[in-house]
Design a protein around this ligand. Structure first.
Ligand SMILES: [Zn+2]
Length: 222
């Protein structure tokens, strides 16, 4: 793939943002203390093969992150989800079965979101002033009617840098190069704590943490 096409995939064009009005793609570029921030997000876990390793990497840098969890995995591995919460990370909703909104009926899709949220509430009961829960649609696919149905109850969080760690055709070094060349303060980065992403995730994540920590960045949960 050519350099321009690769870069466009890594940072989705702003035009895309207009297709999902009200969804969020970036976050504040600096924290209250003025330090530049990046927002690391991990989709599709939690699973024992990858998520505990991710938690160890984050702990090395006092980094906080957001885990968009698949409900099926939450139900199977609640202990890993509790470990992430105990370490100060945020858990968020990535549906029950990780089905595409373009290939699932509306009622079934919303039921999957609700069931995933119920699992999250059981793990982390929200207080009276809890912020709106976060939702990210699998594959980044959503429809306007679903977005309208979800918006009152959720912040819909997309991303501004796709690491493409899920792509077996991408060499780990190239995955890292594209991510470092693209990310800047305020970006929301997507990684995957999945078996498929593992070869790239395990190469890229420690190096992204080291690179941006050396530049004075902090890593915040959304
Ligand atoms: Zn996903």
């Amino acid at each position: 793939m050519g350099g321009l096409a690769a870069a466009l995939l890594t940072r989705p064009p702003r035009l895309l943002h207009r297709l999902l009005p009200g969804a969020e793609w970036r976050a504040p570029a600096a924290g209250p203390d003025g330090r530049p921030r990046l927002y690391l997000t991990f989709d599709d876990g939690p699973i024992p093969e990858e998520t505990p390793w991710v938690l160890e990497q984050l702990a090395d840098y006092q980094a906080k992150a957001t885990f968009f969890c698949v409900g099926d995995n939450l139900a199977r591995h609640p202990g890993i989800a509790r470990a992430a919460l105990a370490a100060g990370h945020r858990l968020a909703n990535h549906t029950l079965h990780h089905r595409s909104a373009w290939a699932t009926g509306r009622a079934a899709y919303l039921a999957g979101v609700a069931r995933c949220q119920q699992l999250l509430r059981e793990l982390d009961p929200p207080g009276p002033n809890a912020p709106l829960p976060l939702f990210r649609p699998p594959y980044g696919r959503l429809t306007w009617p679903l977005l309208r149905a979800l918006r009152p109850e959720f912040r819909v969080l997309m991303w501004s840098v796709l690491t493409r760690d899920y792509d077996p055709g991408l060499a780990p070094a190239e995955c890292l190069r594209l991510t470092l060349a693209t990310a800047r303060a305020g970006d929301v980065l997507v990684f995957h704590d999945s078996r498929k992403a593992s070869p790239r995730l395990r190469f890229v994540l420690p190096r992204v943490l080291a690179h941006f920590a050396a530049l004075g960045f902090e890593f915040a949960a959304l």
